[in-house]
Ligand binder design. Structure first.
Ligand SMILES: Cc1cc2nc3c(=O)[nH]c(=O)nc-3n(C[C@H](O)[C@H](O)[C@H](O)COP(=O)(O)OP(=O)(O)OC[C@H]3O[C@@H](n4cnc5c(N)ncnc54)[C@H](O)[C@@H]3O)c2cc1C
Length: 442
């Protein structure tokens, strides 16, 4: 008979939910847990490698990070690469490529040089590559380029990951844990959650399930489920879609990032070898605000209205964003990147910053590739939050929203929830073993 009660239930089988499933099974004495995913497979949406940039963001080439933020990201990225390497997923789910961020033109060249001085103490392997060195490492960056260029990066580091593949391994490895119930329910949407005494009841197509503690890792739907329960009303969700363009593999052999605009983190495009679509270089992602909670499912327009919950504070955030010329131009430009007929030519201008000799014939719009980032608007402070957001009710239920680099930080984010859960349920958490296995070198 199916068990309908668990100590912990996790909603959402992306990389966040599966990472938590893994950590709870391995490092706590919680006896029973279940993971619910509404689609028929693990990581069907944003965690799927087709829909994200496949980059293990460790803070060395992301120019929007301060050194303090880079230090934090480095630790969580290290947890994930330790996990992947220790479990034998080299060249299966984790890959080495040369990686770099380029500075183009005098101002950016100076910026990268200064950044290198500061960041090379944190990342001992970082090197500064001159134009001449780049012409040997990545010739297409130099061909046809008049401006000065410099890059900061590394040639032999793990930097690409199939996050969807890793999410599957989290489930497999959790289910191998002895003497524990670790059940997975695919094709099982959690419609809503109700508090019943000191437990939570989850309504699903398979009936009602009960748990002492619930973690909702359902992407943009986390906020919707929170709102339905009366939590997180101070937040609104602005989903930002990202598209990609394909070019032949011969164009780039490295992950090449560009300098980010501080006001628009993760907005600058990059180019890199696609680890899933073999034989292709990918450029992107673009960034387009979309009124739905899933990129390719139109029924989520209605869900969006509920999660967006517009009011004067949300409108103020939009007003502020649109008042900034850089942001206004960026929003408009990215809308144009989606319009068939003109998008290729417009995107080409952007991609030529990386490969100056690229032509329209080299690139094609990658259809149905790219997911959505659930960016959160803090209504109280009238601010667009740029990182992850958590609603910790302190009543045995937590809701997580994890835009970029949420896939890289999955084990770090899961650790925060393991700590909350073990305190709330008064169960044992073997932090020492987790540190030994996942955090060495971090
Ligand atoms: C274009 C783009 C590029 C990115 N690039 C990177 C990158 O290079 N590196 C990086 O670290 N991060 C990147 N990210 C961010 C990263 O993809 C996300 O942070 C990460 O995938 C979030 O994982 P998640 O498990 O929280 O959410 P998701 O992967 O969205 O998973 C949520 C899951 O919950 C399920 N679900 C929703 N509602 C319910 C329900 N009611 N019942 C049951 N199941 C439900 C969904 O079906 C889904 O499978 C990128 C994102 C985008 C869009």
């Amino acid at each position: 008979m199916e068990q309908h009660y668990y100590n912990v239930i996790i909603v959402g089988g992306g990389i966040s939910g599966t990472a938590l499933f893994y950590e709870l099974s391995k490092y706590t004495d919680i006896e029973s847990m279940a993971l619910f995913e509404k689609y028929s497979r693990i990581a069907p949406l944003n965690s799927n490698g087709k829909n994200n940039s496949q980059t293990l963001h460790c803070g060395d080439i992301e120019t929007n990070y301060t050194i303090e933020k880079a230090e934090k990201v480095k630790k969580t990225a290290q947890m994930l690469s330790n996990y992947a390497i220790k479990n034998g997923y080299k060249d299966k789910y984790i890959f080495k490529f040369p990686k770099m961020v380029i500075g183009v033109g005098d101002e950016e060249v100076e910026f990268i040089k200064k950044r290198y001085e500061k960041f090379s103490s944190l990342y001992g392997y970082l090197k500064l590559f001159t134009k001449e060195e780049l012409s040997k490492i990545e010739p297409k960056l130099i061909e046809g380029r008049k401006e000065d260029i410099v890059a900061m990066g590394a040639l032999d580091e793990y930097c690409a990951m199939d996050f969807g593949g890793i999410a599957e391994t989290f489930v497999e490895n959790a289910q191998k844990t002895k003497d524990k119930v670790c059940d997975l329910y695919l094709s099982t949407e959690v419609y809503d959650i109700e508090k019943k005494g000191n437990k939570y009841m989850l309504n699903t197509p398979r009936g009602q399930f009960f748990a002492d503690y619930v973690v909702v890792d359902a992407g943009a739907h986390s906020l919707l489920l929170a709102h339905k329960m009366g939590y997180g009303k101070e937040y609104s969700c602005l989903p930002i879609g990202g598209s990609f363009y394909y070019a032949p593999a011969s164009i780039l052999g490295s992950k090449v990032y560009t300098v980010q605009n501080d006001k628009l983190p993760f907005a600058a495009i990059h180019g890199d070898p696609d680890i899933l679509a073999k034989g292709k270089t990918r450029f992107g992602p673009t960034a387009l605000a979309l009124p739905k909670l899933e990129r390719y499912r139109d029924t989520t327009y209605i869900d969006f209205i509920e999660a967006f919950s517009p009011d004067k504070n949300v409108l103020k955030v939009f007003y502020d964003l649109l008042s900034d010329e850089d942001i206004r131009d960026y929003i408009f430009k990215n809308m144009m990147f989606e319009v068939p007929g003109i998008r290729k030519g417009l995107f080409l201008k952007e991609a030529k910053k990386i490969v100056p000799t690229l032509t329209e014939d080299d690139i094609e719009f990658a259809d149905h590739v790219g997911g959505l980032r659930p960016q959160i608007i803090d209504k109280k402070n009238r601010k667009l939050l740029l990182g992850e957001a958590k609603i910790d009710t302190k009543e045995g239920i937590v809701f997580n929203m994890t835009p970029s680099p949420g896939a890289t930080s999955c084990l770090g984010n899961a650790l925060k929830d393991v700590e909350l859960i073990s305190t709330y349920l008064n169960c044992r958490f073997d932090r020492g073993r987790l540190e030994e296995e996942l955090m060495k070198g971090a």
